[in-house]
Design a protein around this ligand. Structure first.
Ligand code: GDG
Length: 544
């Protein structure tokens, strides 16, 4: 079979799979994913690269404890790694991390049942301040989220970012040695890593997933190092985003910034004889696991304890769960809550709101400001709309264990996600997975990736205070049967496509698309292709 035919058949297999998945029950379990990986990646070393590590070690008294990063993504990647025994390269952030590694900075994972190797990379305080807090979180994060927090571009931050990316790449190359490998890079901290890897090993298969939005070219063009960032990303064989819009924005940005052939039909970029596939893969959660946790007797007991402790008996309960980040629209949700109490005073004393706010990136001023504003809003609402049994707003500033979070999801009559802009937003999906009795309602910002799939939520813009207040009221006072019917449809959507489907789609795309084969066509070649009329874009000089 020709290269193109093979590529096309891989594409149509992916399309059929995605179609079947949207019509049928969930198809991928953790063990199916593992089986698939064993069958399709036997000769390749799998290397996952992320800023954050799957396990960290911390001192507790005179003992060293292992902490598992419990995010859905980490759990899915961890399952594949456990099956295949590859290497995970990440920043060692635990205060006892150095104490447990070998001479090559490796530690076996999971620590109690070693299956793969975690290669730790060390960052100094200055690296962290410049690469992580600086370029990643003060330049790329606000730039990609378009939330009117001005991105800051400092040459020293950029240089540090480049240098740390180079070090991640070197660590990957050391781990791979001279073997074939499939490398899967996570997120905006590591936009340049693929390029440094491919410079030395062009034969390796490299993919990256960008977990946050990608803005339109008008926004992106202010980045002083835009060409280098794009070139770094195009060194990947596959670049994944959550939704088509972000993938389209990326393709448009490439078209306007670089000399490249952008194929808007296939979602691919051809540049200097190399093809990069730019594809949407909607991430999800381990819905079955969350549902099982929600049904556990212990969860119900904890729920009853929380109700009693916070004085919530006889009250409808609203919930927000977020990192304290300016992209999450937390002050906006409080503003709308206040408005709802004004417009619909019947809720005063009958509705309470719990906000779990995980402290985040606290070294940055904008994040400390969020914390201050959120605290003030909680006080304002509590002063204006007091309840006898307890405060109207409970602000819980803590990073809870995921098991502790589930009872909150389960007891909430309303969960609100008010992101000003968000790649996907997993909280919306976790809430639905954790509501097996369908007693709830989701109020969701249209500016999340999740809103593309969860169309039957109460969709309300955080920029529209009246509309958001009305959505809260409508969701709380909806006819119970109609509300349950909406919840059932939403929950089914989450159950149909879980985190293992996402992981399988990504890996299958990397393996199936014949990634190591460049098109061999020069950048300015004829647009004629087999099987369709691809759209073409060339750099638009006037808009640079
Ligand atoms: C980025 C993108 C994209 C929250 N509080 C606690 C806790 N959480 C967990 C939730 C959820 C996660 O944090 C938050 O995920 P989100 O998706 O909402 O947001 P980001 O952190 O900004 O994630 C986002 C995501 O990457 C994945 O691609 O969806 O758009 O911005 O899983 O459960 N977890 C625990 N304790 C808490 O108190 N353990």
């Amino acid at each position: 079979m020709s290269i193109r035919a093979r590529t096309r058949s891989a594409l149509s297999r992916a399309a059929i799979r995605s179609q079947q998945r949207s019509e049928g029950p969930p198809r991928t379990t953790r063990s199916e994913l593992v089986e698939w990986a064993r069958a399709h990646l036997p000769d390749r070393k799998l290397v996952v690269v992320s800023n954050r590590e799957p396990y960290s070690h911390v001192h507790q008294g005179d003992r060293i404890h292992t902490i598992r990063n419990a995010g859905g993504l980490t759990v899915a990647l961890d399952a594949v790694m456990q099956a295949l025994g590859g290497v995970w390269v990440a920043h060692g952030s635990g205060d006892a991390d150095r104490a447990v590694v070998d001479a090559h900075d490796r530690v076996a994972c999971p620590p109690d049942r070693p299956r793969y190797s975690l290669r730790r990379l060390w960052l100094t305080h200055e690296d962290h301040a410049r690469y992580y807090s600086g370029f990643a979180n003060s330049a790329l994060w606000p730039l990609c989220h378009v939330v009117y927090v001005r991105p800051r571009f400092h040459l020293a931050d950029w240089e540090s970012y480049r240098e740390v990316n180079r070090r991640f790449a070197s660590a990957v190359l050391e781990e791979v040695e001279d073997r074939p490998a499939l490398i899967f890079i996570q997120d905006y901290h590591l936009a340049l890593a693929a390029r440094f890897i491919k410079e030395r090993r062009p034969d390796l298969q490299v993919a990256m997933f960008w977990h946050i939005p990608w803005p339109n070219p008008e926004v992106f063009r202010v980045l002083p190092w835009k060409e280098e960032v794009l070139e770094g990303m195009l060194a990947n064989d596959v670049v994944g985003f959550h939704i088509r819009r972000h993938a389209m924005n990326f393709l448009d940005t490439v078209a306007e910034t670089l000399e490249a052939r952008v194929d808007l039909e296939r979602f691919a970029v051809d540049r200097a004889g190399k093809r990069t596939w730019v594809q949407p893969f909607a991430i999800s959660v381990d819905a079955e696991e969350i549902a099982a946790l929600a049904e556990a007797a212990e969860t119900r007991r904890t729920e009853a304890d929380i109700r009693e402790r916070l004085g919530l008996e006889g009250c409808k309960i609203g919930l927000g769960v977020d990192r304290l980040d300016y992209t999450k629209g937390i002050p906006e949700r409080f503003e709308a809550l206040e408005r709802m109490f004004e417009k619909h005073p019947e809720w005063q004393g009958r509705f309470a709101f719990i906000q779990i706010g995980v402290p985040s990136r606290i070294e940055l001023r904008e994040y400390r400001n969020v914390q201050v504003r959120v605290r003030r809003w909680a006080e304002t609402i509590n002063d204006r709309f007091p309840r006898t049994a307890g405060p109207t707003v409970h602000l819980i500033e803590a990073n809870l264990d995921f098991r502790e979070l589930v009872p909150y999801y389960r007891m909430a009559d309303l969960c609100t996600v008010t992101s000003l802009h968000d790649g996907m937003n997993l909280v919306a999906k976790e809430y639905l997975a954790a509501s097996p009795d369908l007693e709830g309602a989701l109020v969701l910002s249209p500016f999340t990736g999740a809103a593309r799939e969860l169309e039957r939520a109460w969709i309300a813009s955080p920029y529209d205070q009246e509309g958001l207040a009305d959505a809260y009221h409508a969701a709380l006072s909806a006819d119970p049967d109609a509300r349950r019917e909406r919840m059932a449809a939403l929950r089914e959507t989450v159950l149909r496509r879980n985190i293992f489907d996402w992981m399988l789609d990504v890996l299958d795309t990397i393996v199936g698309m014949n990634l190591r084969t460049p098109t061999q066509e020069p950048a300015a070649a004829s647009p004629a292709t087999e099987g369709g009329q691809p759209s073409w874009s060339a750099p638009d000089e006037s808009r640079r």
